[in-house]
Design a protein around this ligand. Structure first.
Ligand SMILES: Cc1ncc(COP(=O)(O)O)c(C=O)c1O
Length: 425
């Protein structure tokens, strides 16, 4: 498969206009393969749909070694429609509505249970247990033995501070994510205890995203393994550790990032410290950005260039299409596809030297910035591509300022294909 070229990007803009999202399917395949290689079977690899739930991309992951991690009833539906088997789909949101939990219960009653629900609190456990019992009563239970049970994990707050941006860190004690170790008995009791409608299968940890080092991940896994081992005596089915995600993507800007293989090695080192009989029987990860981020581009047109001490380039894409820079200062690579109306190729040297510019979006917010980069001279209608935009770009997009959602296009090495049309006002 031929990788996405700048000419293919320009061609996409001629056909579909700007702004647009463009996905390089060869890159998606390579990044998914890197995750499979680092975490081979029997690891469970659950793709985190929140990173990008575009059906045309999800279809490339189903049946390709990935299950799904959904955070809401809506994402459960997306996963099902894309063809992820229900038995390989987990519900893991930090705050689940009664409707979301009801979807999980309905699956059990229909004989097609989810892989698991990851519980975030005693309240959530109690609601889920009540829903399960109510559904059992409606169906006229004969005995507890006939009653199907729902597999659950408990999301543990491992109380570690990961090496990432504060906005992407979720594993610290004061975060809203997960329960503290000492709260675990309360959650199990609220969910009906060992013989209630929930089957306690293990723990789930996730310290944050885009981790700059493996230390916090390793520390969280260690906490998870310790707590899992302690609970094993009283919970016979407690055999699973979902290690979450956090695998970073190289933005090609400053420094390098640890590979997925390094994260896997850290888990295996921790496991090797344990006697065989207390090791979890199932291990899972739930990568999002590592699978899709690198494959995606947001391509925009220049609207105007203001000459200031540092020139400001205003694009027709901004925080509505890619909110990460405004939300938590994320940095994305920026490159010019044309300069003063002429195509720019990596080796073309378009004549005039690049200068540092600030690249802003068109939205009425002063935080609507995409970053800074050295770019060749630009004028209205020149094209700028923003890289590493396959994750948390389209899935976090809004229509603020009456801006329709951009179309989403795939490049399969030969041709462009429309995966989602431009939205309507
Ligand atoms: C619980 C959980 N799992 C997985 C992910 C996916 O993380 P990433 O996209 O960094 O791989 C997230 C991201 O927010 C998450 O909160």
């Amino acid at each position: 498969m031929q990788a996405l070229t700048r000419e293919a990007m320009r061609q996409a803009t001629r056909r579909y206009g700007t702004p647009l999202y463009l996905y390089d399917l060869a890159r998606l395949e390579a990044d998914a393969q890197a995750i499979r290689d680092a975490f081979p079977d029997p690891w469970l690899r659950l793709y985190a749909l929140k990173a990008n739930g575009l059906p045309g991309l999800l279809e490339r992951l189903t049946g390709n070694g990935f299950g799904a991690s959904a955070v809401s009833g809506g994402e459960l539906l997306l996963a099902r429609r894309a063809g992820f088997p229900t038995a390989l789909t987990a519900l893991e949101g930090v705050g689940k509505s009664t409707n979301d939990l009801g979807t999980a219960v309905a699956g059990v009653r229909a004989g097609s249970p989810l892989l698991w629900v990851s519980l975030e609190s005693a309240e959530e456990a109690a609601v889920l247990a009540r829903l399960m019992e109510a559904a059992g009563r409606r169906e006229g239970r004969r005995s507890d033995r006939d009653e199907p049970r729902l597999d659950v994990l408990v999301r543990l707050n491992p109380q570690v501070r990961p090496e990432t941006h504060l906005g992407l860190a979720v594993g610290a004690a004061d975060s809203k994510f997960g329960v503290l170790t000492e709260e675990l008995p309360e959650v199990i009791e609220a969910g009906g205890g060992v013989s209630g409608p929930l089957r306690w299968r293990g723990l789930h940890v996730h310290v944050g995203s885009q981790l700059g080092a493996v230390d916090a991940w390793r520390a969280a896994v260690r906490v998870g393994l310790r707590v899992l081992g302690l609970q094993r005596a009283s919970l016979p089915d407690f055999d699973t550790l979902d290690c979450g995600s956090g695998f970073p993507v190289d933005h090609g800007l400053a420094g390098s990032v640890p590979s997925a293989r390094l994260f896997a090695a850290a888990v295996h080192q921790e496991l090797n410290e344990l006697p065989e009989d207390v090791r979890p029987r199932r291990l899972a990860i739930e990568p999002g950005r590592a699978v899709v981020a690198g494959a995606g581009w947001l391509v925009a047109s220049v609207l105007h260039v203001r000459s200031r001490e540092r020139p400001i380039v205003v694009l027709d894409a901004g925080m509505t299409e890619l909110i990460r820079p405004a939300l938590y200062g994320a940095e994305h690579p920026l490159l010019a596809l044309t300069s003063m109306g002429r195509a720019v190729e990596p080796a073309s040297g378009v004549g005039q030297p690049a200068v540092m510019v600030r690249v802003d979006g068109p939205v009425c917010e002063s935080t609507d910035r995409l970053g800074e980069a050295a770019l060749p001279p630009l004028r209205r209608d020149d094209l700028v591509a923003i890289g590493v935009a396959g994750a948390y770009a389209s899935s976090m997009a809004s229509t603020y300022n009456g801006r329709p959602r951009p179309p989403e296009i795939a490049w399969d090495g030969v041709r462009l294909a429309l995966l989602r049309r431009r939205g309507r006002i």
